[in-house]
Design a binder for this molecule. Sequence first.
Ligand SMILES: Cc1ncc(COP(=O)(O)O)c(C=O)c1O
Length: 360
Amino acid sequence: MARVYNFSAGPAMLPEAVLNQARDEMLDWRGSGMCVAEMSHRGKEFMAIAAEAEADVRELLAIPANYKVLFLQGGASLQFAMIPMNLLRGAESADYLNTGSWSKKAIAEARHYGKVHVAATTEASKFTCAPAQAELNLSADAAYVHYTPNETIEGVEFPYVPEIGDRPLVADMSSTILSRPIDVAKFGLIYAGAQKNIGPAGLTIVIVREDLIGQPIPGTPTMLDYKIHADNESMYNTPPTYAWYLAGLVFKWLKNMGGLAAMAEINARKAQKLYDIIDASSFYSNPVALSDRSWMNVPFTLANAELDELFLKEAKAAGLTTLKGHRSVGGMRASIYNAMPEAGVDALVAFMQDFERRNG
Ligand SMILES: Cc1ncc(COP(=O)(O)O)c(C=O)c1O
């Protein structure tokens, strides 16, 4: 079967060039006589793979030297706990912005470890916009401020980085990391599950400012202490070696594509193509405020929900898969991360226009 355009929110498409390279190197990684998945994580081959991946992601994101890059497991969901465990540092509370399903989960988890002050919420508008800077009601004694720059389920993205004074800003970038350049120095900690824009599931990347780690709450398990991972170069225990290697191939691919400024241009264009046809029709709609629409996850509904099943069936037959929206919002969602070729978006646009002509 030909490869499909897979619009899954994650695990998501990987660049075809990366998959081809992984296939070519599967049985014998560069004369080692081994697959990367068979290598000792402490052997010189894998150590080189790991170091190169870190160097490449540092270069792509221009990560300052006083930040650690950790290659962990447990997904972004484990970060919901590790962040308060490590960053409360004796304080009682942290500020959280409540902008969608994932920030809600982060808030619920943080409440196990300290007080959460919800400094802004867009729940009343059903999470269809990001709060404005002026609406952030930050508290003076918060240990940090947590937000979700891109809400994967609702398709809402902050068009700005919150200004929060000298408190550390913590960002769940699971569905937006590497989609464009960012100024890492504005953040205390950035985290992302890999399975959308980095590589396969099983790897979680944490970028954390050095001075913030080393004061976990008493009783923090060793494996949940950032300092342990930082001091051991993410090899305190066996890391997810194959996922780390594939992430490294994705970083090389991004560099070949021209880096994150080039990706930003492509991503903005891909998203605009979809929003343009959604807005031009009364057959499709997207409820998110124009300024806060996600580049990565484009949810949309059909005016007649009875056509949803037919839409999905015909899309699948046309090689456009996994378009069903999250069960909490219904409708459709096209996730168009870095690895979704622009041709995939063009094919979806053509399909949507044709479907509307036939059923509108
Ligand atoms: C923004 C965001 N945060 C957290 C998660 C949870 O990630 P994981 O499954 O890696 O725990 C997701 C997964 O879709 C997400 O999109």
